[in-house]
Design a protein around this ligand. Structure first.
Ligand SMILES: *Cc1c(COP(=O)(O)O)cnc(C)c1O
Length: 409
């Protein structure tokens, strides 16, 4: 948590670029002058004497007390991510879901209302369902329909919530316009920036108040640990969210924070290379007769290509496409054939890894929502989602071609 004292931070010149901060922002070195970031696996911290303990607890003296509240390695990760997102402060959490639930719960009480995008990560939708038991209701609106966001706001609405681009169809929200609507109502827009990471998209610069992350995805980038984070104004993070998290306790472990610190160092090169690979795969897919449609915001054929490119640096690394088929059964059979004929792609629902993952949303991540809801959301039986990694694009393409060549028109 960034409530930790500034003397613990290594001093750096002003005005450094995000790529520099991603590798250079850190805690002050210990007396051992280590070059790498240290891990502090300790539950508590020792005081010089009783008076110092009293001063720390009273908040009269800066310093660490207990690792549920704050830990140097966790603080170093939070500072690095705040620097990358261009936010005043950041607090790290045990997972993306704990970051998301803490933000929504810290901003609402019974009787309040939230407006959220219809196209959200599944567990986030379920979380809004749980919160309805505590008297917090949610209206879901189509992500790309900016007018619908304005219409759904009522007197009890306390926040707007979205992800962009959406999963798995890569629909894009007009973040600037929706942030302006939120501001006009004096409420925050919260953006889950997991799919772009701060390397490709900076929601705070686009007008959002709060950014949440599942650091489990691109920030780790290598499928090792779970983590989450919230970035925003110091007044919100330190005065409102910090005390909430300290009490509820979904604390990031120092070890996971250290892994995520390392992830930040390579985030920029990974995001740019994985995006370039994704664009190459998307362009190839678009030319295949067995593919009906490719959903990738980096392609000129994407209906929101210009909007996407006005707020993201690239189209990102997620590519979805519809495999052709005479009917739903054939589309599913053909999609499964593409998946089962790949040799190197990992059949797993996770995204953000340096290894390309492939999944069939209709029978996995979106299997439980039912055929009707899937039709409404545009998730067909032929849809495949790729989270493109760092393999040579030619190898990814060769893997996809093996299955696609069997798909007759
Ligand atoms: C994975 C994911 C989450 C949840 O993160 P966890 O770290 O698994 O708790 C939230 N939002 C998006 C967009 C995700 O992909």
């Amino acid at each position: 948590m960034t409530t930790s004292p500034d003397p613990y931070e290594r001093s750096l010149p002003e005005g450094l670029a995000p790529e520099t901060l991603a590798v250079r922002s850190s805690l002050a070195r210990t007396q051992y002058q280590e070059h790498g970031d240290p891990i502090f696996p300790t539950s508590s911290f020792v005081f010089e004497n009783a008076a110092q303990a009293a001063a720390r607890f009273a908040g009269d003296e800066d310093g660490f007390i207990y690792s549920r509240t704050d830990n140097p390695t966790v603080a170093a990760f939070a500072r690095r991510l705040a620097a990358l997102e261009g936010g005043e402060a950041c607090v790290a959490t045990a997972s993306g879901m704990s970051a998301i639930s803490a933000v929504v719960m810290s901003l609402t009480r019974a009787g309040d209302h939230v407006v959220a995008a219809r196209e959200l990560f599944g567990a986030t939708v379920q979380m809004f369902g749980i919160l309805s038991r505590f008297g917090v209701s949610t209206s879901f609106v189509p992500l790309a329909d900016t007018e619908a966001w304005a219409r759904a706001i009522g007197p009890q609405t306390k926040l707007l919530y979205l992800e962009s681009p959406s999963n798995p169809l890569n629909e894009v929200a007009d973040i600037r316009a929706i942030a302006a609507i939120a501001r006009a109502h004096g409420i925050p827009l919260v953006v889950d920036n997991c799919f772009c990471s701060p390397v490709l998209q900076k929601p705070l610069e686009l007008g959002a108040e709060i950014v949440v992350h599942s650091a489990t995805k691109y920030i780790d980038g290598q499928g090792r640990v779970l983590g989450g984070a919230v970035i925003g104004r110091r007044s919100y993070i330190v005065d409102t969210l910090g005390p909430f998290l300290r009490t509820m306790g979904p604390t990031l472990s120092p070890f996971n924070a250290w892994v995520l610190l390392k992830g930040c160092e390579t985030l920029s090169v990974r995001m740019h290379q994985q995006s370039a690979n994704a664009l190459e795969v998307a362009r190839w897919l678009e030319a295949q007769p067995g593919v009906e449609r490719v959903h990738y915001p980096g392609l000129e054929s994407h209906p929101q290509h210009r909007l996407a490119m006005s707020q993201q640096k690239t189209g990102g690394a997620i590519v979805s496409f519809d495999v052709a088929g005479a009917d739903d059964a054939a589309r599913r059979r053909n999609a499964w054939a593409v998946i089962d004929n790949s040799r190197i792609l990992s059949i797993t629902a996770n995204v953000g890894d340096v290894r390309t993952t492939i999944t069939h949303p209709a029978s996995t991540t979106h299997g439980r929502i039912g055929a009707e809801a899937r039709r409404e959301a545009g998730i067909g039986e032929g849809l495949i989602r790729l989270a493109v990694g760092l393999e040579a694009p030619a190898d990814i393409i060769a893997d996809l071609e093996r299955g696609l060549s069997r798909v007759g028109r």
